[in-house]
Write a protein that binds this ligand. Structure first.
Ligand code: TXA
Ligand code: MG
Length: 314
């Protein structure tokens, strides 16, 4: 069973040997390994049970490292990195050959991100390689936002979980790519579309599963194991047997026996922070079904709704 602790030197020692370690980030916990070591990268796919066509994000500690791993950095990318790194933004850029093809599933672009969590920042600074890290959950399941979420699901497969407390953003990074001078958002995430547009002007948002640029965009993803669907809760409570369903509300208390509220004060960042923990709690309730309501479609609310819709697509 994985040990959980706050000792960065244990994490470093394991990573240097090629082992995997779960690391905290401000978005979600990552299952990290040496991005330049093909065996470590292969082990990430194995532990996550992740199909090899789904590429990994590479984590660096600051912008100065970027040109070691990618080339042809568009101006928009540099501006976004300067504004939002360290933070929940992943940039898709043309990879250099030092990044193994296994990391990118054979694509010629690599997703690079600079995480903000101080523990993982410190860890990255003491390593002489970047970390490949997908979210530390079995493929298709809800991402972990606490060390205990990781041990619950992957504890038997890894040796160490670096515990950095609950993830403060709580939803994965926004993935942005660049094509023919256009900036394209491929995954809605911790940095809102409005924030991106404030730096580079209008962007396109292409997160449909057919685009398949980001398999995290598979229609059904981020799912709890119970059946879930999205509805207007004020109407649903009149129609269902409340003993048999669990409700996921944004801010309102529907006085149901099984209910989790994301943010009683109606704060979208707070709702994002609580979302994945809420899905895990709901999944354990003695009910057959989860019914969730959407949150306002603005700021990080768009990413929350994206995850709710995908979690309920089966
Ligand atoms: O916030 C995050 O991004 C977290 C933390 C740990 O950094 N990581 C994360 O990784 O969410 P993962 O593997 O669960 O999701 C990464 C997504 C996948 O949907 C993958 O398909 C997409 O990024 N991706 C990675 N590299 C890509 C590339 N070169 N082109 C298109 N999509 C890419
Ligand atoms: Mg993931």
């Amino acid at each position: 069973m994985a040990e959980t602790g706050t000792d960065i030197s244990i994490a470093r020692g394991l990573l240097q040997k090629g082992d995997l370690v779960a690391v905290p980030t401000e978005t979600v916990y990552g299952l990290a390994g040496n991005a330049l070591n093909v065996d470590s990268v292969a082990r990430i796919f194995e532990v996550k049970n992740r199909p090899s066509f789904d590429p990994l994000i590479v984590h660096i500690y600051d912008l100065s490292q970027l040109s070691k791993y990618v080339m042809n950095i568009p101006q928009q990318a540099e501006r976004l990195a300067k504004e939002f790194w360290p933070g929940p933004l992943t940039l898709l850029l043309r990879k250099r050959s030092i990044i193994p093809d296994l990391v990118t599933s054979g694509l010629d672009t690599v997703g690079i991100r600079c995480p903000k969590h101080p523990m993982t920042q410190n860890l990255l600074k003491t390593l002489d390689f970047p970390l490949a890290a997908p979210s530390a959950n079995p493929f298709g399941f809800v991402s972990p936002t606490k060390a205990s979420h990781v041990t619950d699901q992957l504890g038997s497969k890894i040796k160490y979980v670096l515990d950095g407390g609950p993830s403060v953003v709580g939803i994965e990074s926004t993935i942005v790519g660049f094509e023919n001078n256009k900036t394209i958002v491929h995954r809605l995430g911790g940095i809102s579309v409005e924030q991106i547009e404030s730096v580079v002007g209008d962007v396109e948002v292409i997160t449909s599963p057919t685009a398949m640029k980001s398999p995290g965009q598979l229609k059904s993803h981020y799912s709890p194991s119970k059946k879930m669907f999205v509805a207007d809760l004020s109407k649903a409570v009149e129609m269902v047997d409340l003993q048999r369903v669990a409700l996921l509300s944004f801010k309102d208390d529907y006085k149901a026996p099984h209910q989790v509220t994301l943010s009683p004060t109606g704060s979208l960042p707070e709702a994002a922070k609580n979302l994945f923990d809420a899905l895990r709690i709901l999944d354990k309730m003695p009910v057959d079904l989860i019914i969730a309501e959407l949150v306002p479609e603005e700021g990080i609310g768009r990413a929350i709704n994206d995850r709710l819709r995908r979690a309920s697509a089966k």
